[in-house]
Design a protein around this ligand. Structure first.
Ligand code: DX5
Ligand code: ZN
Length: 229
């Protein structure tokens, strides 16, 4: 895999110093800021909304990758677009009209992503592939940082990678393949080898022990191991 994108999830950051935290990950080579939105309805946890997205926007130049774990979805899309989101992904189970939600995201000038939970079938991609910019495979059940990577994600990843490659070979648009949950220094190589090009890492980055006020060491290890795949 040639270009790997690293997307630290701020879910594990120090929320009292969020501006500083996102500046630190950008300085350490992050490609995206992964922004987890939870509503205590679609998932059993509650995090942050568009106001916080807007607050961090001036602190970084890299794109903000918003992962919506909310139901319903549509009302929040214009608010996140206005708050500076660049990519907005949602779970198909949380939208009554998946195609309409994809169109809504794109009409606001953002890239659109569809998120598949560990038990969600790939059939949800069947009639929407040609409008997606990103497919996000959950490798944990959504709702919490710090969970263990579910190994069956690797087989699913290979299947999605084959579908994307076939789609592009047939003249389709490029689609990023992102993995979210339990990505660590010691498993990132096999995840990339299975086909991922964009890796979310929350606790692995923000929980790294020797960060010395920065995240260069862990980001370097993640990138080196990912590139060795
Ligand atoms: C889980 C979130 C993830 C989470 C990843 O619902 O979508 O982005 O923060 O955290 P780690 O990398 O700690 O598994
Ligand atoms: Zn996420």
């Amino acid at each position: 895999m040639s270009h790997i994108r690293l997307a630290p999830s701020i879910l594990s950051a120090d929320f009292a110093r969020l501006g500083e935290e996102v500046r630190a990950i950008e300085a350490a080579g992050a490609d995206l800021v992964h922004f987890d939105v939870m509503d205590n309805h679609y998932v059993p946890n509650l995090t942050v909304g568009p106001l916080v997205c807007q607050a961090i926007r001036p602190h970084v130049n890299i794109p903000i990758d918003v992962h919506l774990m909310v139901e319903p979805v549509d009302e929040l899309i214009p608010l996140f677009a206005k708050a500076g989101a660049n990519i907005i992904s949602f779970h198909p189970e949380a939208s009554r009209h998946v195609d309409r939600t994809v169109q809504l995201i794109k009409s606001h000038g953002c890239k659109a992503g569809l998120v598949l939970n560990p038990a969600t079938s790939l059939s949800v991609l069947d009639h929407v592939m040609d409008r997606l910019d990103l497919i996000l495979l959950m490798s944990v059940n959504p709702g919490f940082g710090g969970q263990s990577f579910i190994p069956s994600t690797l087989g699913k990843l290979r299947e999605v990678r084959a579908r994307i490659n076939a789609h592009v070979a047939a003249g389709g648009q490029p689609i990023w393949l992102e993995v979210d949950g339990g990505v660590k220094v010691d498993n990132i190589a096999e995840i990339v080898a299975a086909g991922a090009d964009t890796l979310v890492a929350g606790s692995a980055v923000f929980g790294a022990p020797d960060n010395n006020g920065g995240y260069t060491t862990v980001m370097g290890q993640l990138r080196r191991n990912a590139s060795a795949a």
